[in-house]
Design a protein around this ligand. Structure first.
Ligand SMILES: Nc1ncnc2c1ncn2[C@@H]1O[C@H](COP(=O)(O)OP(=O)(O)O)[C@@H](O)[C@H]1O
Ligand SMILES: [Mg+2]
Length: 428
């Protein structure tokens, strides 16, 4: 999504919005100049061809006090009379070949046409004018190089357009060219944004159906594999030699690993979709609860757990619980071989009121040099034989912290434990 946002910024500087004049500056201008400035300002804000159409057709007539004005667009080899503002109907909605009308002449030559008597000029298709009020006209091309349209003014009385009138109309036409280019750029940007949105929606849908198929399609065969291995062990163990029996015993272990992996991936996908329900959360109390559960799972281990009281944070309680569970169970896990294991949830406040929380242990630790991409899925620094796991936990934690607008980082040394610190962004 970055590209369109950047190009939208450059579009608005290139074809920028003209700042409005102060009312004193405005009233000091001669009326024609004031009317032109208003048209330029309006055009700089126009995002649609309809808006440009409204501005041009009125401004074109009012600027020269003409009896009529037309706004013509080039449509391939034809002149399309897009709109008009006149004392009586002209040619609105009609198309004429480029060679058979005055606007076509102005566009083909890239220069203004001034005609005092339409019935005496060879460039005028007289038949088209016989039914109208027009006696005199001026037509200016929109953009001198490769014109994209034209603006015409018409008078019912004989009138030779002055240089000033031609110049004023030409100024309107130049601004109209920029406005039309603006419309094209905005249209292009909107189209791109719509495309990207659709791609994102598709990706999201794919992700959701992927999650669903992971849960059903992968779990079912896994259950069958586990059941078959069980059956084999119960019914045919005698027929197998020692090596085959050993291999058979590996199946349930790997099945358990795989189903943990599926669970973690599903959790990860759900967190991405979850909406934040922010309320005060006591992280210390949560951590004590989790520590009790961890202790209950491995009552034989003596782990000292420390968590001084803290003010509640603003956050989503279920998501913060998942994050703390992962951090604390890592600390619990990686102190497995540490005598006098100690796990701590601590916090300190910065001058600006933002608090940093940290989960610290004195376990296996790791070398910082190896700790790249620690918060991406499947990244593990320890061997599964020493410390079981899927390598998805820290990715889940990082996503939860990220959803809260916070930051997470790690510090560790091999054999000297690890500290995972995080902030919760605006949720303090
Ligand atoms: N407290 C910790 N002490 C040492 N290493 C850790 C700690 N927490 C995480 N790690 C390292 O980061 C890796 C990724 O952690 P995680 O995503 O939770 O996966 P898992 O716990 O399934 O291995 C771990 O495999 C381990 O190598
Ligand atoms: Mg983990």
């Amino acid at each position: 999504m970055h590209a369109p946002i950047r190009s939208s910024a450059s579009a608005s500087t290139e074809f920028g919005v003209v700042p409005p004049l102060s009312s004193e500056a405005y009233s000091a201008l001669p009326p024609t100049a004031a009317r032109l400035v208003r048209a330029v300002q309006d055009l700089s804000l126009a995002h649609s061809i309809e808006a440009v159409r409204e501005i041009v057709r009125h401004a074109a007539r009012e600027l020269t006090h003409a009896d009529g004005a037309t706004f013509v667009l080039r449509d391939g080899e034809q002149c399309y009379y897009f709109d008009e503002d006149a004392i009586a109907p002209l040619w609105k909605g009609q198309r004429f070949p480029m060679e058979a009308c005055v606007s076509g002449w102005a566009m083909r030559h890239g220069e203004p046409v001034v005609i005092e008597d339409v019935f005496a000029d060879p460039r005028v298709p007289v038949d088209a004018y016989r039914r109208t009020f027009v006696q005199s006209l001026v037509m200016v091309p929109i953009r001198a190089a490769n014109p994209i349209g034209a603006i015409g003014n018409y008078w019912s009385q004989s009138h030779r357009a002055t240089d000033e009138e031609v110049q004023v109309l030409q100024a309107l036409a130049s601004t109209t060219a920029v406005a039309l280019e603006n419309v094209r750029v905005y249209g292009e940007l909107e189209k791109r944004v719509r495309e990207r949105t659709r791609q994102l929606e598709n990706a999201n849908e794919e992700l959701q159906s992927f999650s669903a198929s992971v849960s059903h399609d992968l779990r079912a065969p896994l259950a069958i594999i586990a059941a078959c291995a069980d059956l084999l062990r119960l019914t045919s163990a005698d027929a197998l030699d020692a090596k085959a029996r050993e291999l058979l015993l590996k199946i349930p272990t790997q099945v358990t690993r795989m189903s943990a992996l599926i669970d973690d991936l599903l959790r990860l996908a759900r967190i991405r979709e979850a909406e934040l329900n922010v309320a005060p959360v006591d992280l210390t109390a949560l951590a004590h609860e989790i520590a009790r559960e961890l202790r209950g799972r491995e009552p034989e281990r003596a782990v000292e757990f420390v968590a001084p009281p803290s003010e509640p944070v603003e956050g989503d309680a279920p998501l913060l619980r998942i994050a703390l569970e992962n951090l604390l169970s890592n600390a619990w896990k990686f102190t497995r071989h540490t005598p006098g294991a100690r796990v701590e949830l601590g916090h300190f406040a910065h001058g600006d009121g933002v608090r940093t929380f940290y989960v610290r242990d004195n376990g296996a630790g790791f070398a910082m040099a190896e700790a790249t991409k620690l918060f991406t899925p499947f990244r593990r620094l320890h061997h599964a034989a020493d410390y079981a796991g899927t390598g998805v936990g820290l990715t889940i934690v990082a996503r939860v912290i990220d959803k809260h607008g916070g930051r997470i980082w790690a510090e560790a040394r091999p054999g000297e434990g690890a500290t995972f610190s995080f902030t919760l962004g605006s949720a303090r």
